[in-house]
Design a protein around this ligand. Structure first.
Ligand SMILES: O=C(CO)COP(=O)(O)O
Length: 250
């Protein structure tokens, strides 16, 4: 049985006051009624206070990025050890905004994956095609290549620490969602690629999340699909009521 996950990617939103407010609202929700594991990925500046605040909670903390180096002259960057020391358990790697806006390449992402596993983080590895690639019917080959270049140096045994997040770029923050059928089709394909690379066991045990305009009114239908094991939620994760409703879709 795969772990079902609903993760909130807060992106560059919430100063400390706003973050603690949102967290308090989330803590009032009874997530024990859901089968999903709940993860939040706040900005770096909120990680430690949130960790301190979540000590008795089942909510897990993720960072939105990580640097692949141990330490040193990398101005503005955050190391694996720094994230460990403030209670981070998960890291998001390869988000399309990091790929597109900050030029993160498959090679760099592969290094971030290696560094994260070395430091015992769990990874949410993001893949997904752009609109023109979808229109040209290239989405299958795009996600396969992203997996091969960024993730497939990971050993089969380390894959238990990897979650894949399929996020079609055309559906992120646009209000346009992949249909449940489109999500199922490509999630099934990703699982097939995992089975070919590793084994059916690894493929069957790897959670594959969908991300891209997931809202309370569409989550249930998307999550009901056989190969969709949860969601990576952007905008709707900034509102405790909406996020909780999405979590309760499981
Ligand atoms: O990028 C996303 C999560 O990482 C999805 O964002 P939205 O839910 O705002 O479309």
């Amino acid at each position: 049985m795969r772990t079902q996950i609903v993760a909130g990617n807060w992106k560059m939103n919430c100063n400390l006051d706003e973050a603690l407010h949102l967290l308090n609202d989330l803590k009032l929700k009874d997530f024990s009624k859901s089968n999903a594991k709940v993860i939040i990925a706040p900005p770096y500046t909120n990680l430690y206070p949130i960790h301190q605040n979540l000590k008795d909670s089942s909510i897990k903390i993720s960072s939105q990025n990580i640097n692949e180096n141990e330490e040193g002259a990398f101005t503005g960057e955050i190391s694996p050890d720094m994230l460990k020391s403030v209670g981070v358990e998960y890291v998001i790697i390869g988000h399309s905004e990091r790929r597109a806006i900050y030029g993160e390449t498959d090679d760099l992402l592969a290094k971030k994956v290696t560094a994260s596993l070395k430091h015992d983080f769990k990874i949410m590895f993001c893949i997904g095609e752009k609109l023109e690639q979808r229109k040209a019917d290239k989405h299958f080959e795009v996600v396969k290549e992203q997996l091969e270049k960024g993730l497939f140096h990971v050993s089969a045994s380390d894959m238990k620490n990897v979650v894949i997040a399929y996020e079609p770029v055309w559906a992120i923050g646009t209000g346009e969602t992949a249909s449940p059928e489109q999500a199922q089709e490509i999630h099934e394909y990703i699982r097939k690629v995992l089975a070919e690379k590793y084994s059916q066991d690894v493929a069957d045990q790897t959670s594959i999340l969908y991300g891209g305009s997931v809202k309370p009114n569409n989550a249930k239908e998307i999550f009901a699909k056989k190969d969709v094991d949860g969601g990576l939620i952007g905008g709707a994760s900034l509102d405790a009521k909406s996020f909780a409703e999405i979590v309760m879709s499981f």
